[in-house]
Write a protein that binds this ligand. Structure first.
Ligand code: ANZ
Ligand code: ZN
Length: 580
């Protein structure tokens, strides 16, 4: 028998398939549809085995469905904006656009030689103006809906290069990979998308996703992190409101001190002159730490007393107010009631600083003694030292302590049931060049003005030189920056930040359904026909963010009346990384 001769056989059949138009997407409406999609790659240079495995799986699925009589959509494109192109430009002096398009050409030809059955007429690259025109349009939809907004937020600041760094550019020691400087946290005005408005839907709709691995659904649920409990109205001794969020309102009588996040807005007002210096030092140190660092369980507890007291609303006890970095400003209310007998972090804190410990849940077998406890107790028992609620069994169920405490709080006006989520709003602005320009203009008269539809896309200027310091050259490009305000004509300035590249990949699967549409983001009828993706295949590293953001965009566009479904990916196949 002849040996397998790839050059001869592959080329012969690939030409034959091409002549037949086998990979084109049929328009015929009489066949059932099947949309097969691989997560599109970042054009880094060459295909690697991980790509090949991933794309082969999807290709087999697409071919089988064609043979079974489906009309199949099987497209491919490029997630083409991002930092590596900028770094290549700095390191090798090639323009990011040139570097990116060269890589795309290389990788496309490799995919074609593999004989993968893509409809190349629908190829998209997120860095091309035909594509990011609509990324900008979607951003403005968010803006018009009040879901794209600005607020101050901490960024990584390199004091030597005088530039903002992406997390990937900071090493595990907290140093800039380029200058070696210790990175500082700085506050900058940044753009956010209000994904938290969709937290509940993103969680409950996971139940509809029968075709997803349970593991991925669990990772998403944990990321959203719904917590049910109560908000309790503590007050400072001076009378200011200082509400806390707690999942254990049944332990309120055991609160022996309060802890505020160092960034909590009331800290300065609460700090007494004697404590001012210690508080200021602590705040500076906390600001330099990452969130992971601050909340790691195994860290020694640190903190400083403000010098002030709060009043526990359930028994009018006077309890000291501390600040500590394990309390995060953006979660709950940024302040906690500390119950050292029943919360491990509070227990360690109380032992470190000799603060009182009071047992309010007693187990039935061996009574707890605050003086000799070696760790917090968080199991079964009954409520004690809690006045009206004594004797109620501990637990979250009907007739148990947590619900009983919420009812009591609501009845006595001291608090109310509350739900919080770990999920934060999505910080989407980047002080980077190679990304989609955020299409707004700052006018001294009108404030923030969206770029009118007719002026989209706001093109990323290509005649720029990258400074080598990682800073976006847009901020210095006066010819591009200065524009008249679209509403009043006053001289105004463009936004110089670009968008997180996760935005680009949050809707590409929709664009593929109508990839050459020059008049709109896509024809809703066509997108509604092809969507949802019947089989999505990609790496497990995208289990959380990419999939969550894509689900968010889909629900948002549904609410804008553009789409008529809620979930973008019917079946999901995730795979690990190929190790070489
Ligand atoms: C008192 C208490 C007693 C608590 C007890 C727990 C056990 P999850 O489940 O993650 O939502 N907390 C609230 N806001 C916080 C913040 N901004 N930073 C750090 N910790 C915060 O955790 C909710 C619990 O974490 C809350 O319930 C609060 O401590 C703490 F025996 O209140 B608890
Ligand atoms: Zn104006």
């Amino acid at each position: 028998m002849d040996r397998y001769n790839p050059i001869a056989i592959e080329e012969k059949w690939q030409q034959h398939w091409q002549a037949q138009g086998l990979d084109k997407t049929p328009e015929a409406q009489d066949k059932p549809k099947f949309y097969a999609l691989s997560m599109f790659p970042y054009p880094s240079g060459n295909l690697h085995m991980g790509h090949v495995r991933n794309y082969t799986i999807t290709d087999v699925i697409a071919r089988v469905h064609r043979m079974q009589g489906y009309r199949v959509l099987h497209p491919m494109g490029w997630d083409a904006f991002g930092l590596p192109a900028e770094n290549a430009a700095i390191d090798r002096g090639v323009h990011p656009a040139k570097w990116t398009y060269q890589n795309i050409a290389q990788m496309r030809s490799e995919l074609q030689r593999l004989g993968l059955s893509y409809d190349w007429e629908r190829e998209v690259a997120t860095c091309s103006p035909d594509y990011y025109h609509w990324t900008q349009w979607i951003f403005l939809e968010f803006f018009k809906a009040g879901l794209a907004y600005q607020k101050e937020s901490a960024v990584n600041w390199d004091p030597i290069d005088q530039t903002v760094l992406a997390n990937e550019q900071v090493d595990s020691q907290g140093r800039s990979w380029r200058s070696g400087a210790l990175v500082e946290r700085r506050l900058l005005r940044q753009w956010f998308l209000k994904i938290t408005d969709y937290a509940e839907q993103l969680l409950t709709d996971l139940d509809q996703l029968d075709g997803w691995p349970d593991r991925v659904k669990l990772m998403q649920a944990n990321w959203i992190g719904k917590s049910t409990g109560a908000q309790v109205s503590f007050k400072t001794e001076a009378g200011d409101e200082l509400p806390v969020f707690t999942t254990r309102p049944d332990t309120l009588w055991g609160a022996t001190f309060m802890v505020l996040s160092p960034e909590h807005p009331l800290v300065d007002a609460l700090t007494t002159p004697e404590q001012a210096e210690a508080i200021a030092t602590y705040k500076t140190a906390a600001a330099a730490k990452s969130e992971i660092d601050r909340t790691a369980d195994d860290r020694d507890k640190t903190g400083v007393w403000t010098g002030s007291y709060a009043i526990n609303p359930v028994n009018d006890e006077r309890i000291p107010i501390w600040i500590a970095d394990y309390v995060l400003v953006e979660y709950g209310t940024g302040a906690i009631m500390a119950v050292p007998a029943h919360d491990q972090r509070d227990f360690e804190f109380a032992r470190t600083f000799n603060l009182p410990i009071k047992v309010v849940i007693q187990p039935s077998d061996r009574p707890l003694d605050a003086a000799t406890m070696t760790e917090a107790y968080a199991q079964d028992g009954v409520m004690v030292n809690s006045e009206a609620l004594n004797g109620i069994p501990a637990g979250k169920g009907e007739g148990q302590s947590v619900l009983a405490a919420v009812q009591w709080l609501e009845k006595t006006g001291r608090g109310k049931g509350m739900v919080t989520y770990r999920l934060r709003d999505w910080l989407i602005s980047r002080q980077r060049y190679w990304g989609v320009p955020i299409p707004v203009i700052y006018c001294p008269e009108c404030g923030i003005v969206p770029v009118p539809d007719a002026d989209l896309p706001v093109r990323l200027p290509e005649d720029v030189e990258l400074t080598g310091r990682g800073a976006s050259p847009l901020a210095g490009l006066e010819s591009w920056l200065n524009v008249p305000c679209p509403s009043c004509g006053t001289p105004a300035r463009r936004e110089t930040d670009t968008m997180d590249t996760f935005i680009d990949s949050s809707w590409y699967f929709l664009r593929f359904t109508d990839a050459r549409n020059g008049n709109q983001v896509f024809d809703p009828a066509i997108a509604n026909d092809w969507m949802p993706v019947d089989q999505y295949v990609g790496g497990i590293e995208h289990a959380i963010l990419h999939l969550l953001y894509s689900r968010f965009f889909t629900k948002f566009l549904r609410d804008r009346g553009v789409l008529n479904f809620s979930e973008p990916f019917k079946r999901l196949l995730t795979q690990g990384m190929v190790q070489v």
